[in-house]
Design a protein. Structure first.
Length: 433
């Protein structure tokens, strides 16, 4: 927490829009502790006059399922048959190939532009059809369409929504000294389609998504002091929403997008405040000599969790948005900070510290059990996937910041490597509609 507050006093930000970021994410599955489901994603039939993309829609779907850690897609070279229609499938062939499910599809031109995807999913062992759907895909949105199909396949086979058609935001720093460069970057969940939302020669902090995924709130120093800015990720339009003397930081949107919880020190100590985005009215939620920061809302907006050192060391506390006496939530460990909640509110992820080792932990609020998910020494900034299946977080390797995603049971872990830059401050978007 002290490091965060020190960063708030650091710099000056210039806001600009760029079409791409210099860092490239490469996803590497570094740990699996579960049996992966063998599936086949047959290359979709391409019935369009335009040339087929080098990376086909089925390639994107296979890659999505593979990086979840729960599936083992069959290599295309091992597919001795490639049906594009349910009438052409021979289940005996796929049983010999030892896959449990097979998906196939067709891509055709849609009236008025774009594409029409028709796709099916079958249980190989029973022959039952699990999916049979159509999806209209906009021009230039084939990858997004593939992610959405992967979400449907994931949901049909696992029973919970997929989160492939989502985005992640993170901060990338490159260079040293006067050559330092910081970018607030938005990318698809697989690292493609990167867009630099903000760039500057000084640090950027605390990106937080709006509920509809159209805006990011973050901390900058563009006006000579720490300020909280909300920026549209599509148009670049931005507005300053907090610029009081002292600290303005750690923004978090309410579930309905009408309010923003944030940390302000205008009364002296850093306190949790709520900003009504319609009236621009601020309400102080906490009043204490301690440092209160890093507020997040629960799924229905009835509770706010935040980090405070009012008990001597940073721990997570709970308070009603209407006010009242905060209640301590975390007790295990010397340090629990940067809280984030699963979509159903049952799991609380924190940066969990003991003896100067900081790892990502998940606390089950129903049975009061804590599970450490990561194995680094300086892991921080957890952010839940919008389906609650994984936690995105930042870590350090050889002095360089990298991102990881770990399943909530700790059995699947991915490293999101960048070819250039130090990566930190990740935030996983809501589900894209």
């Amino acid at each position: 927490m002290n490091k965060y507050l020190a960063c708030l006093l650091a710099a000056c930000v210039t806001l600009t829009i760029h079409t791409s970021a210099r860092a490239e994410l490469v996803i590497d599955i570094v740990k699996t502790g579960v049996d992966s489901l063998p599936v086949a994603i047959v290359p979709f039939s391409w019935n369009v006059d335009d040339p087929e993309p080098i990376t086909g829609i089925s390639d994107v779907i296979s890659a999505d399922l593979y990086r979840s850690g729960l599936f083992e897609p069959l290599d295309k070279k091992d597919m001795i048959e490639r049906p594009a229609d349910p009438a052409d499938i021979r289940f005996g062939t796929w049983r010999l190939l030892k896959v449990d499910a097979v998906a196939m599809g067709q891509i055709s031109a849609a009236p008025g532009g774009g594409y029409m995807a028709r796709y099916w999913l079958f249980d190989v062992n029973t022959g039952a059809q699990l999916l049979g759907q159509e999806l209209l895909i906009g021009a230039g949105e084939l990858r997004l369409g593939a992610h959405r199909i992967a979400d449907q396949i994931y949901a049909a086979l696992i029973g919970t929504p997929g989160a492939f058609a989502t985005r992640i935001a993170f901060v990338v720093s490159t260079g040293v000294g006067q050559d330092s460069r910081y970018e607030l970057v938005v990318a698809d969940s697989d690292g493609f389609g990167q867009q630099s939302i903000v760039t500057d020669g000084q640090p950027l902090l605390s990106p937080a998504w709006s509920p509809d995924g159209s805006e990011l709130a973050f901390v900058s120093f563009a006006r000579g002091n720490s300020t909280v800015i909300i920026q549209n990720v599509f148009t670049g339009a931005n507005r300053v929403v907090a610029e009081f003397k002292g600290i303005n930081g750690a923004p978090s949107f309410s579930p309905d997008g009408s309010r923003l919880a944030l940390t302000l020190s205008r009364s002296g100590s850093p306190e949790i405040n709520i900003l009504d985005l319609q009236t621009n009215r601020f309400t102080a939620l906490t009043q204490h000599w301690a440092i209160d920061t890093e507020a997040v809302w629960n799924q229905d907006g009835s509770e706010i969790l935040f980090t405070s050192d009012r008990g001597g060391k940073p721990q997570v506390y709970s308070i009603s948005p209407r006010g009242g006496e905060p209640r301590r939530v975390t007790w295990e460990g010397d340090y629990n900070a940067r809280p984030t909640l699963s979509p159903d509110g049952k799991l609380l992820a924190t940066t969990h510290g003991n003896e100067n080792i900081y790892r990502i932990a998940v606390f089950d609020r129903e049975n009061q059990r804590l599970r450490v998910l990561s194995d680094g020494r300086l892991d921080e900034s957890p952010s839940f996937a919008p389906n609650g299946s994984m936690v995105l977080y930042a870590s350090k390797e050889n002095g360089k910041g990298v991102l990881y995603a770990v399943s909530v049971d700790g059995k699947v872990r991915q490293r999101l490597v960048t070819s250039e830059g130090d990566v930190r401050e990740p935030a996983w978007s809501p589900l894209v509609q």
